[in-house]
Design a protein around this ligand. Structure first.
Ligand code: OVM
Length: 421
């Protein structure tokens, strides 16, 4: 069986098991981690959704799903589709992970439960209330400082570097409670981590040289005595003192914050800025009704899906329609394709504040759904309030440039022109 032999499991299907019990699986030969598709995945997503409920990708000998209903159902069914074998292409049963597995992302119940309960409480909407006023003031200051660069009423900035990357880097490390030094490592760490969920292609190779030093720095920030009072990090260690988690688990949970909490939010905020720049009437609508700020961010997460994909692993033979996914096989869940599935969304490619984006799978779904989503929403909300105070129109000043990552739908630059009020 291909599934019990790691060597065979990586061969193309034809070579290991000539479509025997897998007959009838639609096959797509394209490389979803290749630069063309990373630059613009929309055609591939359409092909994937159109081909069937489950598709086989011979390039990586994995299965894939792109329709909303199937992606959602699989994410919710953690019993059949486990995370503990890793949520990247690599199967932890056969290959040593590049870093110790995450206690949240790369586990399932029962091991997942205690870390999840602890972090849900530390990052709950209620627990974040005390951060709100400070983050609003920080956003006003950031936008105010940028506005000083304006020529008359026109301000040209890079929406990626000057806002989307600048704001989370300004507020999030303080909220966790890490020191000032070395914060420039956070984005490269996340970039490599999210590349490493994919195949070991050029994007992974490019990060490999620096990742040792960067990981050493990240891991050092997770120690109790590296964390300042009042932050999320200290709260994780306090949970260990209470016995809710062990003292061995605490540093790995701090590492989860530093892993999942920076690049995701940065590219989520970039998505909302790009959405408004490319849909100017929606900015007018938001200016007329600030209560739609929450919808503005969630609709941007649906529209862009900053986290495009995660894998699961079948714990048993799973039948989906005509196809049986054999036990032990990897399935690539296309969150980005599901979030633009016309079977679920009207005019899915349009960024639309009038729709209800709830139910999107941009934060995942089920027991692993993003535990930091309230943090992300608060960051986006603070920044949008500050921009609404000063900016009456957002335009694209020059063609934005994508940054390619195996997992993230990311930006390198978004040249914007703001018209100040
Ligand atoms: C973690 C982790 C890392 C990357 C992503 C993520 C989106 C979690 O270390 O727990 O969730």
């Amino acid at each position: 069986m291909a599934t019990s032999n790691p060597e065979a499991a990586r061969l193309p299907l034809e070579a290991s098991e000539p479509l025997g019990g897998l007959g009838g699986v639609p096959t797509i030969g394209a490389d979803p981690f290749g630069h063309d598709i990373l630059e613009d995945p929309s055609e591939f997503h359409e092909q994937l959704r159109g081909a069937g409920r489950v598709v086989y990708l011979p390039r990586y000998d994995v299965f894939a799903m792109g329709r909303y209903a199937d992606v959602r159902a699989a994410l919710v069914d953690w019993q059949s589709f486990q995370s503990a074998a890793g949520v990247g292409l690599s199967n932890f049963k056969y290959e040593k992970p590049w870093r110790p597995p995450s206690l949240l992302l790369e586990t399932d119940p029962p091991h997942h439960d205690a870390p999840r309960v602890v972090l849900s409480s530390i990052l709950s909407a209620r627990a974040l209330r005390k951060l709100r006023d400070g983050w609003m003031a920080d956003a006003e200051q950031l936008v105010g400082d940028l506005a000083e660069r304006a020529t008359g009423k026109v301000l040209e900035i890079d929406g990626y570097a000057d806002l989307a990357a600048a704001f989370p880097i300004r507020v999030f490390p303080d909220a966790v409670g890490i020191g000032q030094e070395g914060r420039e490592n956070l984005l490269p760490y996340g970039d490599h981590l999210f590349n490493a969920f994919g195949p070991s292609n050029d994007l992974v190779q490019k990060g490999a040289e620096r990742i040792g030093d960067i990981s050493t720095w990240v891991n050092a920030q997770c120690a109790r005595d590296a964390l300042t009072a009042g932050g999320f990090g200290e709260a994780i260690w306090a949970a260990a003192d209470r016995g809710d988690i062990t003292h061995e688990q605490a540093p790995l949970m701090v590492r989860s914050l530093l892993s999942a909490g920076v690049d995701t939010t940065v590219h989520g905020i970039a998505a909302v800025l790009h959405a408004f720049a490319s849909h100017p009437h929606e900015w007018d609508a938001l200016r007329g009704d600030r209560d739609r700020i929450r919808v503005a961010f969630d609709e941007a997460v649906r529209w862009e899906s900053p986290v495009q994909t995660f894998f699961r692993t079948a714990t048993t033979d799973v039948q989906i329609g005509e196809v049986t996914i054999p036990e032990g096989r990897k399935i690539l869940m296309f969150l980005g394709a599901a979030n633009r599935d016309p079977r679920r969304w009207d005019n899915p490619d349009v960024y639309d504040l009038a729709r209800d984006p709830s139910g999107h799978v941009g934060f995942g779904m089920g027991i692993h759904q993003c535990v930091g989503q309230h943090v992300a929403r608060l960051e986006a909300e603070a920044l949008l309030h500050a921009l609404l105070d000063r900016v009456c129109r957002i335009e694209i000043a020059q063609t934005p440039e994508r940054h390619h990552n195996n997992t993230l739908r990311a930006w390198k630059s978004i040249p914007l022109r703001f018209h100040l009020s």
